[in-house]
Ligand binder design. Structure first.
Ligand SMILES: NC(=O)c1ccc[n+]([C@@H]2O[C@H](COP(=O)([O-])OP(=O)(O)OC[C@H]3O[C@@H](n4cnc5c(N)ncnc54)[C@H](OP(=O)(O)O)[C@@H]3O)[C@@H](O)[C@H]2O)c1
Length: 498
């Protein structure tokens, strides 16, 4: 029996309610994922997809979704027959989120499927509405689980600092149980990110090396070649630190640094991740300068294309000091990681689009082969998360010839490139919601802890007037060399494999 067949047995028919059913996320990600999930049985065939739309008639809404497949998912080749099949699951409810009557209409639209009124409520709406939607659903009895499960999915951002994140959690938890809340971080749904846990805990060669005795430092990165695209309004208030480090990269850090959980269940995994966050050394305000880097892209050339400066992008203030590059050096004060820097960095309009976890080992203690030569390069183990997921090991080998000179040998093991269809992160995560598995979702305390750790950085960066610039399409950020100068090998810029 395949994994998919096993999962099929447990996913029950469900009312999949999407708030914000005309929005970008719905059209770009959710509907394509649901179409594929219905096709391969990850969503039960008796399920309903109920779109809550602001102000539209059903024919217009259906056309918008249909056009969305052509615009965002042409590879799915949604022809008339598959559209008709998919659209037979769709149903629309109209109403404003601020109108009490909308929630009653949603409640009335839920169907009894397989004897229950299961419902997943997906908030594909601006974050300021999450709490109000939970309360609206609560008022009409829709978070009560007497007649089927009721699960609420929310998208990042979960607040914009500790105060707003705590307020959101209080608002949600006053009406709905934490176990019913699924805070989605699509990064954690990626095959290659989940694979980090398997690499670590299904291989016995890792554990003996996985500590301060052998590891010099770890870099966790996500570089992009794109700019902010259509997201100026969001990005101006967010910046790279909030957008990527507080959420995706700190989550990955917890997976890399955590102790083995006692079992592979949501709370056991998340308890271990939480222990890592609690051990992260807090910054004193004066340390922020030495342990962080921020910068913003100037104009340049990315690939073959000329890219404008961030401040010349549409809807960006010409004197904006928002960071499009951010790096933070963390220390985790526990037995395993004492003294090992974890450097998390991310940037837009960089030279290449690569996400990876790079484990840099200590240098060999001396050069046996030539006492006058410098030490051989330190080994590195790289988990490439995207675009070409896999593992890279860098180790030294003898240069062919009569001497014992050595050179670095790069061993690459691509992962899953030969699989026809590796499920998209949204398919994996929505399926997890349907089967009630919250292992890959952030718990409220984790989110608040991440914000709490970053508070001093957010405060220090809040009122600045100027920021370093880097040329778009380059890795030209001198401050990164300073941040990594005490790390073996310095700043690791990802290798681009042809
Ligand atoms: N787009 C992505 O790829 C992406 C990725 C990660 C996270 N997210 C998060 O996902 C959420 C949705 O993002 P998005 O990009 O899809 O935003 P969007 O394109 O602006 O869509 C927002 C949706 O919410 C609806 N809406 C807003 N106010 C409403 C109200 N008062 N009553 C009823 N409906 C209302 C909008 O309907 P109208 O247009 O009719 O107002 C629209 O359907 C955001 O929290 C975002 O941060 C998005």
């Amino acid at each position: 029996m395949t994994a998919t067949e096993q999962q099929l047995e447990t996913a029950e028919p469900t009312n999949i309610v999407i708030f914000g059913a005309t929005g970008d996320l719905t059209r770009r990600k959710l509907m394509p994922a649901l179409l594929r999930m219905l096709c391969c049985g990850l969503v039960h065939a008796d399920s309903r997809i109920i779109g809550v739309v602001h102000d539209s008639n059903e024919a217009e809404w259906l056309q918008l979704l249909k056009d969305g497949f052509d615009e965002f998912s042409p590879q799915l080749n949604v022809d008339e027959a598959s559209w008709l099949k998919f659209s037979s699951h769709l149903k629309m409810v109209s109403g404003d989120l601020g109108d009490e009557a909308t929630y009653q209409r949603v409640a009335d639209s839920l169907e009894t499927l397989g004897g229950k009124k299961n419902a997943m409520f997906y908030c594909a709406i601006p974050p300021e509405w999450y709490g109000k939607v939970a309360q609206g659903l609560h008022r009409v009895g829709m978070v009560n689980e007497d007649n089927g499960y009721r699960r609420l999915v929310i998208e990042k951002p979960f607040g914009s600092n500790l105060e707003t994140a705590s307020r959101l959690d209080k608002e949600l938890q006053s009406v709905i149980n934490e176990k019913q809340i699924y805070r989605i971080d699509h990064y954690l749904g990626k095959e290659s990110v989940q694979n980090l846990l398997v690499y670590r805990f299904a291989n016995s060669i890792m554990e003996p090396l996985w500590n301060r005795n052998y590891i010099d430092h770890i870099q966790i990165s996500a570089s992009e070649t794109i700019g902010i695209e259509y997201r100026a309004k969001y990005y101006e208030n967010s910046g790279a630190l909030r957008d990527m480090i507080q959420s995706h990269l700190m989550q990955i850090m917890t997976l890399v640094a955590m102790e083995p959980p006692v079992e592979f269940t949501a709370d056991a995994v998340r308890d271990e991740k939480m222990k890592v966050l609690r051990a992260v050394r807090l910054f004193e305000p004066e340390q922020v300068e030495n342990q962080t880097v921020s910068a913003q892209y100037a104009s340049g050339t990315v690939g073959d294309e000329t890219a404008p400066a961030y401040v010349s992008e549409e809807n960006v203030s010409p004197d904006s000091a928002t960071e499009t590059f951010a790096a933070v050096k963390f220390y985790i004060d526990n037995w395993r990681w004492q003294g090992v820097p974890f450097i998390l960095w991310t940037g837009k309009r960089m030279k290449a689009r690569v996400s990876e976890v790079m484990i840099r080992f200590r240098k060999p203690p001396f050069n046996l082969f030539d006492s006058h030569a410098s030490l051989p390069a330190a080994n590195a183990l790289v988990f490439r998360l995207q675009p070409d997921g896999g593992v890279v090991i860098r180790m030294n080998a003898k240069k062919p010839g009569l001497t014992t000179d050595n050179e670095e040998m790069v061993m690459r093991a691509p992962y899953a490139n030969d699989i026809e269809h590796v499920a998209d992160a949204y398919e994996i995560l929505m399926h997890d919601v349907l089967i009630g598995d919250s292992t890959l979702f952030s718990r409220g305390d984790e989110v608040e802890e991440c914000w709490s750790i970053l508070e001093p950085v957010l405060k220090a960066w809040k009122d600045r007037f100027s920021i370093e610039r880097y040329r778009a399409g380059t890795w030209d950020i001198a401050a990164m060399d300073e941040l990594t100068e005490d790390c073996v090998g310095g700043w690791h810029k990802p290798t681009i494999y042809e």
